[in-house]
Design a protein around this ligand. Structure first.
Ligand code: NDP
Length: 323
C-alpha cells in the first residue's frame, strides 16, 4: 500500500510518500480501507517532534473508510462497515490498523469526507463546549482562531448552547466565515488588541471561558480576558508552546486553568460513541455545518501541512488516499 512516512522529525519535507506492506490486524484490531483522511495540527506536532513519536512512523490521526478485515476477538465492527475514528496514529495511508474499540459507525446520510472532517475537530469542539466548560444561556465565551477547524465548529456549538461568542481571526475572509458560523463579535487580532476589545464589549467583566488553541501569542491576554471565577481552557499551541508561568497570576480573578486533550474526553467506548453520536446527529439535522477547505491527494501531504501551518486554511483540510 501507499502511505506517508516520517523517518526523521523536521519540516513539511519530512513527509515522504512510500510504498510499504499492508498490515494485518491482530487481536482487537481492524484493518480499515481509508476513503478520506483528516489533517490536524497534531500531525504537525508529531512531524516536528514537539509531541514525541519514535521514527519511522505514519502520521495522521483521523480517518473514515470501510472495515476490510478484523482480527480475532473483534465484535464491535465487521467487514464492510462504514467507520470513522480519531486519535489513532497511522491514518496517512491507504489502509490503517485501528483498535476496533476506537471505531465509530458512520450514520446513513453522512459521507466519508464529512465523517473524516468531523471526528477529531468535531469531538474537540463538543467536549470543550459541553464538558470542559458546559456553556449555558447568559455565558460569554472567547474563541480564538474562530475560522479554523476546531474554532468554526466551537463557535457553532457555543451558539447552540446559548452563549455570547467573541471570535478572533486574522483577516477579513476569516471574519466573514466566523460571522456565518454565528459569532456575535469578531475581532481581528492582528489589527486590534483583543483583550481591550473583549473588556470594552463586556463592560470590563470579561468572559466566563476562553478557549485558546493559539498558545504563546495569545495566552497572556487570554488570561486577562477571563472574568471572575472563569476558566481558561488552553487546548493547543498553533503559534508555539506557552512557557512556564507563575500560578499566582490566577489569583486576580480566582481563574481556573486547564490543558485538556480529546483523549481525556473519549475515555471509554461509551463516551466516544455518545460524543461522536451527538456530533453526527447535529450534522445530519443541519444544526452543525462542517466546512471543508479542500481535499488534496495523499501524496501532497507536505503541501497540506504547509497550508495549515501557514494559516492558509479555513475549516477542514482532507487528504484522499487514492488519487
Ligand atoms: P486550525 O484550523 O485552527 O488552524 C490553526 C489556526 O490557528 C490558523 O488557521 C490560524 O488562524 C491560527 N493561528 C494563530 N497563530 C498561528 C501561527 N503562528 N501559526 C499557525 N496558525 C496560527 O487547526 P486545528 O483546528 O486543527 O487545531 C487548532 C488548535 O487546536 C491546534 O493548536 C491543535 O493542536 C489544537 N487541538 C487540540 C485538541 C485537544 O484536544 N487539546 C484537539 C484538536 C486540536 P488565524 O489565521 O485566524 O489566526
Amino acid at each position: 500500500m501507499h502511505a506517508i512516512q516520517v523517518k526523521k522529525h523536521g519540516g513539511a519535507e519530512a513527509l515522504e510518500y512510500v510504498e510499504i506492506e499492508t498490515p494485518k490486524p491482530k487481536s482487537g484490531e481492524a484493518l480499515v480501507r481509508l476513503e478520506s483522511i483528516g489533517v490536524n495540527f497534531i500531525d504537525v506536532y508529531h512531524r516536528t517532534g514537539l509531541y514525541k513519536l519514535p521514527v519511522p512512523f505514519i502520521p495522521g490521526s483521523e480517518g473514515a473508510g470501510v472495515v476490510e478485515e478484523v482480527g480475532p476477538d473483534v465484535t464491535v465492527v465487521k467487514k464492510g462497515d462504514r467507520v470513522a475514528y480519531a486519535m489513532v496514529r497511522g491514518a496517512c495511508a491507504e489502509y490503517a490498523i485501528v483498535a476496533a474499540e476506537m471505531l465509530v459507525p458512520i450514520p446513513d446520510g453522512v459521507d466519508f469526507k464529512t465523517a473524516a472532517a468531523a471526528m477529531l475537530q468535531g469531538m474537540t469542539a463538543h467536549y470543550l463546549a459541553v464538558s470542559t466548560y458546559p456553556l449555558d444561556r447568559g455565558n460569554a465565551a472567547l474563541v480564538h482562531a474562530a475560522a479554523g477547524g476546531v474554532g468554526g465548529l466551537l463557535v457553532q456549538i457555543a451558539k447552540m448552547r446559548g452563549a455570547r461568542v467573541f471570535a478572533t481571526v486574522s483577516n477579513d475572509q476569516k471574519a466573514k466565515i466566523a460571522k456565518e458560523a454565528g459569532a456575535d463579535d469578531i475581532i481581528n487580532y492582528k489589527e486590534q488588541d483583543f483583550e481591550a476589545e473583549v473588556m470594552r464589549l463586556t463592560d470590563g467583566k470579561g468572559v466566563n471561558v476562553v478557549y485558546d488553541s493559539v498558545g504563546v501569542t495569545t495566552f497572556d491576554k487570554s488570561l486577562n480576558c477571563v472574568g471572575r471565577r472563569g476558566l481558561l481552557a488552553l487546548f493547543g499551541q498553533s503559534s508555539g508552546p506557552v512557557p512556564p508561568f507563575d500560578p499566582s497570576r490566577l489569583a486576580k480573578n480566582g481563574t481556573y486553568l486547564t490543558r485538556p486533550s480529546l483523549g481525556h474526553y473519549i475515555a471509554d467506548r461509551q463516551e466516544l460513541l455518545w460524543r461522536a453520536g451527538e456530533v453526527f446527529s447535529w450534522i445530519r439535522s443541519g444544526k452543525l455545518r462542517v466546512r471543508i477547505d479542500r481535499e488534496l491527494p495523499m501524496r501532497d501531504a507536505a503541501e497540506a501541512h504547509r497550508l495549515l501551518e501557514g494559516r492558509k486554511t479555513i475549516g477542514k483540510l482532507l487528504l484522499k488516499p487514492k488519487a
